[in-house]
Write a new protein. Sequence first.
Length: 115
Amino acid sequence: MVENTVFDRILRGEIPADILYEDEHCMAFRDIQPQAPVHILIIPRQRLDSLQNATDEHTESLGHMLVAARKVADLQGIGATGFRCVINAGAGGGQEVPYLHVHLLGGRPLTWPPG
Ligand code: AMP
């Protein structure tokens, strides 16, 4: 079965994205509706719909994405000032696209708690 979320399609190069970083495990591109001056999404090449379904098999891929987020934060000049990584999981967690992704946010002061 062909998986057809918008992020599957970006990974396959079927729709455009502003790609900032790629390696063997993940890809990072700008969010189309940024919520902060820097708002980048990091997705794994190993397909996973939601953190709700993560298993031991995803350990390397998930860990790799956080290190990639740090690299992208440095590339974007927010590594030293600070940034936030968010994974929305499931409808109750605010997830809209059913392909796991890390939101990397920064470039302005971020408040807590989030909405
Ligand atoms: P979530 O609510 O955690 O599932 O977040 C989905 C994110 O994907 C939202 O921040 C959207 O703005 C973003 N998004 C949806 N379509 C695209 C797209 N084609 N390119 C980049 N970001 C997108």
